[in-house]
Design a binder for this molecule. Structure first.
Ligand code: PEP
Length: 263
């Protein structure tokens, strides 16, 4: 279903009316985690200043440590809905448990499945039946074949509105949090008709790498990028060191508009 063999034209997925697909270079930006109404609105305004047309923000956070901030849950989803009403930005947010899919889908414009759940087949089937577009991150240990098969679980439930997101994989390298597999973008675009975007925030895990990796993503032909921004990253409850700040937004906007996207 996700293969290009029987679907030669690359697909465009619409999220609350915003297209992601060939030629779009869509910017999704926002806080890693929803913390407070003020922080989320400020991050959404930053995202808009950089040209973002979709707002990201996690209300359910899949953290490595059980002692780390786990997200605000439904209260966070309510904040996202309020910020959408204020800014007009459709909301992309993660769901980590199949039991929460209906609830998250009632607030979200797009459901995100993160790297840690990329082969949680019950969750994939549940989001496939939820009636919302899905962003499927690549599992940090997944081959491209495994990633596409995970997408197939979603598609099999009747949902072809899937955007694939390369977010870095585990390698022997420790200088960066993950290794961004930039070659995955054109490889997957040849194998699958689904749009492919890149997450330069979670792959590098460092603010200083986000803009260079964004350039690489757009240059290689990614259909968009998803980027963390935060008004006060030093106080962030999650992934502050990788969040872009106000001073980075003009350069981000320039990268997203100066480089013509490849079709
Ligand atoms: C995220 O985008 O908030 C996130 C946790 O990403 P990943 O699943 O790629 O680590």
């Amino acid at each position: 279903l996700v293969s290009r063999d029987h679907h030669p034209d690359r697909s465009v997925v619409r999220v609350g009316g915003v297209p992601i697909g060939p030629g779009t270079a869509t910017l999704v930006a926002g806080p890693c985690a929803v913390e407070t109404p003020d922080q989320t609105l400020a991050a959404a305004r930053m995202a808009q200043a950089a040209g973002a047309t979709l707002l990201r923000g996690g209300a359910y956070k899949p953290r490595t440590s059980p002692y780390a901030f786990q997200g605000l849950g439904e209260a966070g989803l309510r904040i996202l809905a309020d910020v959408r009403a204020e800014t007009g930005l459709p909301v992309v947010t993660e769901v980590v448990d199949a039991h929460d899919v209906e609830l998250v889908a009632s607030y979200a414009d797009m459901l995100q499945v993160g790297t840690r759940n990329a082969q949680n087949f019950a969750l994939l089937q549940a989001v496939g039946a939820a009636g919302r577009p899905v962003m499927l991150k690549r599992g940090m240990n997944a081959t491209i074949e495994e990633w596409l098969m995970a997408a197939e679980y979603i598609a099999q439930r009747g949902n072809l509105d899937i955007v694939l997101c390369e977010r870095g994989i585990r390698t022997f390298e420790t200088a960066t949090r993950n290794t961004l597999d930039i070659s995955a973008v054109p490889v997957v675009q040849r194998l699958s008709h689904l749009p492919v975007i890149v997450d330069p925030s979670h792959s590098g895990g460092r603010r200083d790498l986000v803009l260079p990796l964004t350039r690489a993503a757009i240059a290689v032909g990614a259909d968009g990028v998803i980027i963390d921004v935060h008004p006060r990253p030093e106080q962030a409850l999650c992934d502050g060191p990788q969040a872009l700040v106000d001073d980075d937004l003009a350069e981000l906007a320039a990268i997203m508009t100066d480089l013509p996207p490849m079709v």
